[in-house]
Design a protein around this ligand. Structure first.
Ligand code: ADP
Length: 168
């Protein structure tokens, strides 16, 4: 990523386990508003993801390759530190429902406390993505269901392969 002075940089952090159309929409909208968008797979030792960080990075790259000024990264550590490291101007998060709000509000305030420059910006989900989450995709895939409406076609096979052993 080439950073030009005065460019506005946004960080889109998440688990992306796996990336869904809900994530792609938020990334696309962030890319329309900021000069550079860094999608970062955050390693959380408390979680047991279905895909490795590298697999998630590869899938995000494939799903966002048509969106200009988007780069994909992986980070283990505090998001507030990552924002400082990248000299980013905003943390972009998606809000689906009231249930997301309490956690997101707490995280936004915590990140601001840890790094005064870490502003969190929320994008409201599109109505059609309101119910969509990585965990829903994992559940459907693990029961051999059709995930084609939920994730981009370029990652269908990765997801099917990962869950086919468990589902059969
Ligand atoms: P995390 O474990 O950090 O919540 P996720 O991968 O679940 O990571 O989500 C990353 C970001 O994408 C979060 O801001 C989340 O609210 C947002 N997001 C996830 N699914 C959707 C969706 N369907 N619509 C809008 N935003 C979404």
């Amino acid at each position: 990523m080439v950073v030009v002075a005065n460019q506005k940089i946004a960080v889109c952090p998440g688990s992306f386990d796996p990336i869904t159309w809900g994530h792609v929409d938020i990334i696309r909208r962030a890319a329309a508003m900021f000069d550079q968008v860094i999608v970062v797979v955050m390693i959380n030792s408390g979680k047991h993801p279905s895909f490795t960080a590298q697999e998630r990075v590869e899938m995000i790259k494939r799903c966002t390759k048509d969106i200009a000024h988007v780069t994909v990264d992986v980070y283990e550590g505090l998001l507030a530190e990552y924002v400082r490291l990248k000299k980013a101007h905003a943390i972009v998060r998606g809000l689906r429902a009231v249930s997301d709000f309490e956690y997101e509000f707490q995280m936004a305030l915590t990140n601001k406390k840890l790094n005064q420059d870490a502003e969190t910006v929320f994008f409201t989900t599109r109505a059609e993505n309101m119910y969509l989450s990585s965990s829903i995709v994992r559940s459907i895939a693990s029961m051999n269901g059709d995930i084609s409406d939920f994730v981009p076609a370029c990652i269908h096979d990765d997801i099917k392969k990962r869950f086919s052993k468990k589902g059969s």
